[in-house]
Design a protein around this ligand. Structure first.
Ligand SMILES: [Zn+2]
Length: 216
């Protein structure tokens, strides 16, 4: 029911090709259902489906800022295909914590919506993953990463998160819509490990290739 509520605010035409009748049409959805490829950031391995493009940017923006749960379904699909091959049943999906301001502004957490969608689709395929709600918390005020360069992103996030004690001994897969420098996901891993958990890998829908590889 939440799905329908969130999508109420969206136009009834495809976000990508602008043809009616759905938020994202079958043709555009299929064009994004691609095999994920291995990605590495700062020694942390993961998988990503697409390179960040203007089209993907538009899609992720809608999903983040306009509550497009339908978009989350499209982002989740190829990620699930990859997780079925690389995850183990019972793995915990952990998302980066959102700042209080962004939760207040959006009314929901996009990465959590994505992770919940992944779990739902995996379950349909008979594969049980667990949503680790609020596993990580921000303990310091963090600036919006989008405004910062690579070095500033790492400084901004250093020791900014704390993990729940129940992560101890748990296998974790980090989930996010996009990986850029990897600063966010690496801080997530640090916090998960500090809490005693271990990160198997990360999974994102999109990857942005940094101009300066040495700063990853
Ligand atoms: Zn379309």
């Amino acid at each position: 029911m939440l799905d329908e509520f969130l999508d109420l605010f969206l136009p009834t035409k495809c976000l990508l090709c602008l043809r009616p009748p759905s938020v994202i049409c079958q043709t555009c959805a299929s064009s994004l259902d691609l095999p994920a490829h291995p990605v590495t950031r700062g020694g942390l391995n993961g998988y990503s489906v697409v390179d960040y493009s203007a089209e993907v940017s538009q899609l992720i923006d809608k999903y983040k800022e306009h509550g497009a749960t339908t978009v989350a379904k499209v982002l989740a699909k190829p990620m699930v295909t990859n997780l079925l091959a690389n995850a183990s049943p019972g793995d915990f999906l952990v998302v980066p914590p959102s700042s209080k301001q962004s939760v207040r502004r959006r009314g929901y957490e996009p990465a959590t919506v994505l992770a919940a969608q992944i779990i739902r689709q995996a379950r349909k395929a008979g594969f049980e993953l667990k949503l680790a709600r609020q596993a990580l918390t921000l303990i310091e005020p963090v600036h919006d990463q989008a405004q910062l360069n690579a070095r500033q992103r790492f400084e901004n996030l250093a020791n900014a998160m704390v993990g729940q004690h129940w992560l101890a001994g748990q296998p974790v897969i980090l989930i996010d819509d996009i990986v850029t420098t990897g600063a966010t996901l690496l801080e997530c891993r640090r916090a998960v490990e500090e809490a005693g958990g271990f990160v198997r890998f990360f999974s994102t829908f999109a990857e942005t290739k940094s101009k300066n590889d040495t700063q990853r």
